[in-house]
Design a protein around this ligand. Sequence first.
Ligand SMILES: Nc1ncnc2c1ncn2[C@@H]1O[C@H](COP(=O)(O)OP(=O)(O)OP(=O)(O)O)[C@@H](O)[C@H]1O
Ligand SMILES: [Mg+2]
Length: 326
Amino acid sequence: MSDIAAAAHRAAPAADGTLVAQPVDDTGHSPAPAPEPAVRLESATLAFGDRILWRELNLSVERGEFIAVLGPNGSGKTSLLRVLLGQLALSSGTARIAGAPPRAGHPDIGYIPQQRTIDAGVQLRGTDLVGLGVDGHRWGLGLRGRAERRRKVAAAIADVGAERFAKAPLESMSGGEQQRLRVAQALIGDPAVLLCDEPLLSLDLASQQLVSGLIDARRHRHGTSVLFVTHEINPILPLVDRVLYLVGGKFRIGTPDEVMTSEVLSELYQTEVDVLRVRGRLVVVGTGDTMDALGTAGAHCHGEPGTPHAGDPSAELTQRSGRANE
Ligand SMILES: Nc1ncnc2c1ncn2[C@@H]1O[C@H](COP(=O)(O)OP(=O)(O)OP(=O)(O)O)[C@@H](O)[C@H]1O
Ligand SMILES: [Mg+2]
């Protein structure tokens, strides 16, 4: 090490007790440690009995990063979110949210669950649904607390442009209207991490754009990290930083260009898969999963019918993905 380099380091104890060189700044102080990633999975494996959903998953999600989570039905996308929500324990490996183990009710996490239809007869208004996302302890139950809660709910509803219908019963709303309110509910707690489970399901193109635009605006304005589970990558393709693609116990992580290729998807699905790029959209043909059944002639469409989507990588890409997350 040169004198200059030596001057910029000092000995510090490592975890095993040995001394290692640690960088210092001009004033002789060590710079603050790099912030923990919003989400970190290390060698994470999830299995139910003999069935391994994913094995040795390494993923580090940075502040404001937008990750699309793709994969056929049953590949473990929802289960991944449930691990991060503290609802499911990993079989091995570690999961961290901002450096701490996941736990139920974590205030840093906003969650849009996989859509369920609202049961007829449930007399819940849109404002009630959004209010469920408020942490009750934060404002207390006094008059001031109630006023603050009301203000917060009104602001969250305004943010998603739902003022016009928010006071109506949920069961009377369209799927797109309900979904806007679910987004408001997930964002009201000012989350650092937003977990979205197929939030575009059954929405028309305009509503898809609206909902994904709201989420994108949130991460740009507040640095919220987004894990976005979807079968339809095209509506969010311009927003996606990286793709996590889960198939049959294997996975690939990388940019859409790295993962959504014929080579990578063929390797993941262990069958010949073609990824076509048509007018800036992705069409995946030959995965044999549900999307094939829904699309035309085996086309795996992400976006409107007849449009394309993103895929996954080969063995070589697994290596690259691992490094990308270090
Ligand atoms: N608690 C559990 N015990 C046993 N098996 C489970 C449990 N939770 C999920 N599974 C199984 O794990 C698999 C993955 O489920 P998961 O809901 O994560 O899939 P998914 O990728 O979200 O699928 P989809 O696209 O259909 O929503 C499924 O076969 C499911 O039945
Ligand atoms: Mg699911």
